[in-house]
Design a protein around this ligand. Structure first.
Ligand code: SF4
Length: 445
C-alpha cells in the first residue's frame, strides 16, 4: 500500500537539514508521497527506513522471470484491470506439455512440434514461449533425463511440473542454468520446494485450491527466502477460475494485498485442441500470466497467440508498418502503383490480396499514424497533401513510367483533388481489399 506523506515523514531523520533541497523533512516527505522526489536525495535516511519505503514502493504485482538469454520469459508487473486504462505489459506466455513417459523418437517429435509453434502475423513473430515437462512416469531419474533432453533440444524456457520435491530436485540438478520455473509447491511440500528454488535461484509456482490457502502458502514460501512466486489455482471449473483470477487481480492491484501480488499460471489440459484453445483464450484475457496447454496442434495456436498479441498491444499505439514503397513480387516500370495507410492490419491485408493477384505491384504506404483508411481520412490524416508528400518523399516517379495511381475505393471522393495535386491519373480501386486480385487482373491493364 502506498504510504502517505505523514507516514513517510515518521521514517525520516526529522533534522530539517535541507540537504535534500527541501526546507523541511515534512516537505520532502510530501514530495516523496507524490513521487516528485527520490529517497536517495536524503543522505541521512536510515537503512530500516529505506527498507520500509522500498517495500511500500514495490509494484503491486511482482515481475517474475524464468528461462535464460533471448528466450527469457517475463510475467507479472501488471498495473491495471483493463487494457484501455493504460496497457498490459508482459504478454501471457503459452507453454506446451511434454510428458516424461515419452522416449526416443516420440520425445524428439513432440519437442520438435512444440518448437515449430511460431507464426508471422502483421509483420510480427508470435510463438510459444515455454515447454512444461510433466513428471507422469513417477520416476525422479526419468523426469530429470527428460528435462535434460528438452533443455538440449529446445531454446524455449523450461517449466518443471511435478508434485515430488525429489523429482524436482533431480530435474533442477540437470537444468539449473536454464533457470526453469519450478511447479508446483503445495502446502505440504512448500518447505522442500522452496529450498530447491532458493538454492538454485529459480522461481516457484505455489498451488492451492482457494485464494485464502494461496495467500497462506505464498507467505510460507516467502518466509523461506523465495521472492519470485507464481500463483496457481487448482481444481476449479473454468468459470470459477476466471472469477477467482479476477478477484486476485483486484486484491493485488487495487488493495495492494502482497500475498497475492504475483503473476498467475493456469493449466488447460482437458478436452480437444479447439476446446483447449477456447479455454486458454479466456484465461489469456482474464488474467493468466502463463497458460500451459496439452495440445501442440498448429491450428489451435494461431487464435491463442493472436489473442495474446491483441490483448497486449498498446491500445493507444496501433501497430504500424514503416511508411515507404513495398514491392510485391518483382514489379517494373509498367507495374501498378497503389497506396494504403501504415496501420499494420490494413497494410498486410492489402499486401496479401495483391500477392494473391499474382500481378507484381508497388504499394506506397502513407504515414497516417497507424490508422486505417477511413479513420485516417475522417481525421484528415489522409488527404491529397499527405499522399502527394508521400509520393515525393518516396520518389515514386522513378519507379513507374505510367503516372497512374490506384487509390482505395473508400476514399474515391479525394480523387479530383489528388489528381490536381500530383498531376497523375487517379484510378479508383475497389472498396474491399479482397477485390484487388480481380481489379488488378481485369481493370488494370
Ligand atoms: Fe530531512 Fe533528509 Fe531533507 Fe535533511 S535531507 S531535510 S534529513 S529529508
Amino acid at each position: 500500500m502506498a504510504l502517505t506523506g505523514l507516514e513517510i515523514f515518521k521514517l525520516l531523520p526529522k533534522t530539517n537539514c535541507k540537504k535534500c533541497g527541501m526546507p523541511t523533512c515534512l516537505a520532502f516527505a510530501m514530495q516523496l508521497a507524490q513521487k516528485r522526489a527520490k529517497l536517495e536525495d536524503c543522505p541521512d535516511v536510515s537503512e530500516e527506513a529505506k527498507q520500509v519505503l522500498a517495500a511500500a514502493a514495490a509494484p503491486p504485482m511482482r515481475l517474475v522471470k524464468f528461462g535464460s538469454g533471448d528466450n527469457q520469459v517475463q510475467v507479472g508487473q501488471e498495473t491495471v484491470m483493463f487494457r484501455h486504462e493504460e496497457k498490459f505489459y508482459n504478454p501471457t506466455a503459452l507453454a506446451v506439455t511434454v510428458s516424461d513417459k515419452l522416449t526416443g523418437e516420440a520425445l524428439k517429435r513432440r519437442i520438435e512440434s512444440v518448437n515449430a509453434l511460431q507464426f508471422e502475423r502483421v509483420g510480427t513473430q508470435i510463438s510459444v514461449k515455454a515447454i512444461a515437462v510433466i513428471n507422469e512416469s513417477g520416476s525422479a531419474d526419468t523426469f530429470a533425463a527428460t528435462a535434460a533432453t528438452v533443455k538440449e533440444s529446445s531454446n524455449l524456457a523450461l517449466i518443471l511440473l511435478s508434485d515430488s520435491p525429489e523429482a524436482i530436485k533431480a530435474a533442477v540438478g540437470k537444468t539449473a542454468e536454464a533457470v526453469p520455473l519450478i511447479a508446483c509447491a503445495a502446502p505440504e511440500t512448500a518447505e522442500a520446494m522452496a529450498k530447491i528454488a532458493k538454492d538454485n535461484n529459480c522461481p516457484l509456482v505455489a498451488k492451492a485450491p482457494s485464494l485464502e490457502a494461496l495467500s497462506e502458502l505464498t507467505e510460507k514460501i516467502k518466509a523461506q527466502g523465495v521472492e519470485d512466486i507464481v500463483l496457481c489455482l487448482e481444481g476449479l471449473t473454468l468459470r470459477d477460475k476466471l472469477y477467482s483470477l479476477s478477484q486476485m487481480r483486484v486484491l493485488s492491484l487495487k488493495k495492494v494485498f502482497r500475498p497475492l501480488g504475483y503473476p498467475t499460471l493456469s493449466f488447460v489440459t482437458d478436452g480437444e485442441a479447439d476446446q483447449q484453445a477456447a479455454a486458454a483464450t479466456s484465461l489469456i484475457c482474464k488474467y493468466s500470466g502463463i497458460v500451459v496447454v496439452d495440445t501442440a496442434e498448429l491450428y489451435a495456436f494461431l487464435p491463442m497467440l493472436t489473442s495474446v498479441m491483441n490483448i497486449y498491444s498498446d491500445p493507444q499505439k496501433p501497430i504500424q508498418v514503416e511508411p515507404k514503397v513495398y514491392p510485391v513480387g518483382e514489379p517494373d516500370g509498367n507495374s501498378p502503383l497503389m497506396f494504403t495507410t501504415n496501420f499494420s492490419l490494413t497494410y498486410y491485408t492489402v499486401e496479401s490480396d495483391v500477392e494473391a493477384s499474382r500481378v507484381p505491384s508497388y504499394i506506397l504506404v502513407v504515414d497516417t499514424e497507424g490508422t486505417s483508411v477511413l479513420t485516417a481520412y475522417s481525421g484528415d490524416k489522409l488527404n491529397e497533401k499527405t499522399v502527394a508528400d508521400a509520393m515525393t518523399k518516396q520518389n515514386v516517379e522513378s519507379l513507374v513510367k505510367h503516372r497512374k495511381l490506384i487509390i482505395p475505393g473508400y476514399v474515391a471522393v479525394m480523387s479530383g483533388k489528388l489528381e490536381e495535386a500530383v498531376g497523375w491519373e487517379i484510378m479508383v480501386g475497389p472498396r474491399e481489399s479482397s477485390m484487388l486480385p480481380k481489379y488488378l487482373q481485369e481493370v488494370w491493364k
